[in-house]
Structures are given as C-alpha cells and as structure tokens.
Design a protein around this ligand. Structure first.
Ligand SMILES: [Zn+2]
Length: 344
C-alpha cells in the first residue's frame, strides 16, 4: 500500500545488492493513548503493536526481502514498569517479531533500562549478540567490555555495527557499583538541575538522565573494527539508539559524548550511514565527511492511519531508504573514494 515513488536520482540500471529493514521506538504498553512529556505529541501505546505487525507483514512480502531488520531501541514503554507489566509486554512484542522471516537485531534504549536491568537484558531475547560475526585473526575486533555491541557482515564488503549508547549511563546500572558513581558524577558535572531529566539552562543539553554515552573502551573497539573495514574496503552502517550528529537531531536527544563518537567515525573512510531512534520526530543530515545520519521516526507517535518503518535498498554506489508512512524516502550516495595515495 501507499507505494511512494523513490526520491532523488535513482539509476534503475544499477544492481540491487541487498536490503534491510529499520524500525524505531515501538514503546508498546497496554495503555490508553497518552502524550509525550511536553504534551504536544500523541502516543498510541496499544496501536504500536499493530504498526509492528503491519511492518512485519510488509517485510515478509517484499519482492527483495530484507536480509535482516534493525530494531533501533525502546521496544516497550517505561510505563510497563509502573504497572508491573514489563515481562508480559516484552513477550507480546517478541511474539509479534516471531512472525518475521528474517533475523532482527535489537538495540537497547532508555526504555529498555526503565523496565529491565542490564543483567536481565543480557539474558533476554533482546540480546541478539549471537548474530555477530567474528573476523578471523583480528582479536581487536571482538568486543571485550561490559557494553552491548557487535558487528556483522550481511553481504560481502558491507559491515553493520551495533553500538551501546547506554554504556555510560545511570540507567540499568547497579546503584552500588563504582560505574554508577562514575556516570552519576559525569552527569552532574554537566547538569546541575535537581531534576536530572531536565535540560533547562544547560550549555550541553544532551547531559540528561534519559541519555547516555560510549565508554573509551567501546570507542577503541569501534576504532579497531573501522580500521579493519577501511583496510578491506568495506562500507559500514552504524546503528545506535541515540543519534550523534547535531544537525540531524534535537540536541537534547544526542549521546552525552557524541563528539567522541564522531571523531572516531570521521577518522575512517568506511562509514556510510548512521541510523538512530530516540527522537520520534525523525531527522536527517549528511555530515561534512559524507556520513548520512538518519533518525528514524518513532512508531509510538504514529497515528493508526499512518505507518513508521522503512526498507533500505543497498546498491554499489548508494543506499536508498524507502520510507513507509511518516518515514521519509532518502537517497544516500557513498562518499567519493579518495585515490589511494601510494598507488602507481
Ligand atoms: Zn529513547
């Protein structure tokens, strides 16, 4: 239904390599509709499950079936914790995902941590690290810390990297642990408000409790994987619940140390796209290094008569996002290859 023509200049002659699905912020809860914190966006807590079902039916029927789906986090709403419905709601959503005929990669957002501890998530069906790929003879590309991150290659010369944007966070961490104290200190140094979810008056508004960041350990690992991908002339797609590029997002939604993540990515050639959720309104910008930052519109704030998911079609020279409903179509050309400096 409602097939939109592709935007931009799409050369029909070039070969489709593979496709993948994207969906963000399902935030299911068995609740009447409500509103966001500011009171200006309606949230369709129950209907989000119907939106997910429709998306899965669509992906299962697509002529070029996606190789996988990226679920960008906040799969159930934090309200479930208040109503002691976290496990039941997660089970309902996961039962719907069972209908999907291709693998789904789950990222973790703030609402995962409102409902569950990190330990619980690690042992749950939301941990899809078993889908990771190993690169033989490159131990530096194996994640070794306590963060939830991995990479996989769905097609030769393409690699996807899932990042943990709540690696540094006060959410989901045992409050008696040194890590909690370290993260709380970092948050309070940047946010003097009594209410740590409030960005009021902050010069760096991303330092709020509902966000988080990337540890140096995780950034070192990301750097190692990107170094491998550069050497092997791979194209890389990065996935994270939190966005990292200010021009594509409300600054209050960015990862705490988004600059550190950008610095790593910008020191490599291989990254093509960065997909994030969390913003609900969506957003897009191409940064000066040719990386396309896409914030996917959230299911939870999508009216029953619309939709919010997309399929990305990958070509040798570009990725084309076909958005459904609120998700905008995008043509994302790869940056021009720099000539190899030592070639003869
Ligand atoms: Zn979120």
């Amino acid at each position: 239904m409602d097939d939109k023509p592709s935007s931009g200049t799409v050369s029909e002659s070039s070969e489709l390599l593979f496709s993948f699905g994207v969906i963000a912020d399902i935030q299911y809860a068995n609740l009447e509709d409500g509103y966001n914190y500011q009171g200006n966006r309606r949230r369709y807590y129950r209907h989000s499950l119907v939106h997910l079902q429709d998306a899965i039916e669509h992906w299962n029927k697509e002529s070029s079936r996606p190789c996988c789906v990226l679920q960008l986090g906040d799969i159930i709403d934090g309200y479930n914790a208040q109503y002691k419905a976290s496990e039941k709601s997660l089970e309902l959503v996961m039962n719907v995902f069972q209908m999907l005929q291709v693998p789904v990669h789950h990222t973790w957002g703030n609402h995962e941590f409102y409902n569950f501890s990190r330990e619980y998530l690690t042992n749950s069906k939301l941990n899809t690290k078993f889908l990771e790929d190993q690169i033989v003879h490159h131990p530096e590309t194996v994640p070794t810390g306590s963060y939830y991150a991995y990479h996989f290659s769905p097609f030769p010369k393409f690699r996807f990297i899932l990042l943990d944007a709540y690696d540094l966070s006060v959410l989901g961490v045992d409050q008696s642990s040194p890590k909690y104290q370290q993260c709380l200190k970092m948050l309070k140094e940047h946010n003097p408000n009594m209410e740590l979810n409030s960005p009021q008056g902050l010069s760096e508004p991303q330092f709020v409790q509902f966000n988080g960041g990337f540890s140096q350990e995780q950034l070192n690992w990301l750097n190692a994987v990107l170094t491998f991908s550069d050497r092997n002339q791979e194209k890389v797609v990065i996935v994270s619940h939190l966005p990292i590029y200010p021009d594509a997002s409300d600054t209050v939604c960015l990862a705490w140390n988004y600059r550190d993540a950008l610095a790593v990515i910008w020191s490599h050639e291989c990254v093509v796209c960065f997909f994030a959720g969390h913003t609900h309104d969506g957003g897009y910008s191409e940064d000066p290094f040719g990386v396309h930052h896409v914030n996917v519109e959230g299911v939870i704030e999508t009216a029953p008569d619309s939709q919010a998911f997309g399929t990305v079609h990958v070509y040798p020279d570009r990725m084309v996002l076909r958005g459904r409903g609120r998700v905008t179509d995008r043509v994302m050309n790869y940056k021009r290859e720099k000539p190899f400096p030592f070639s003869v």
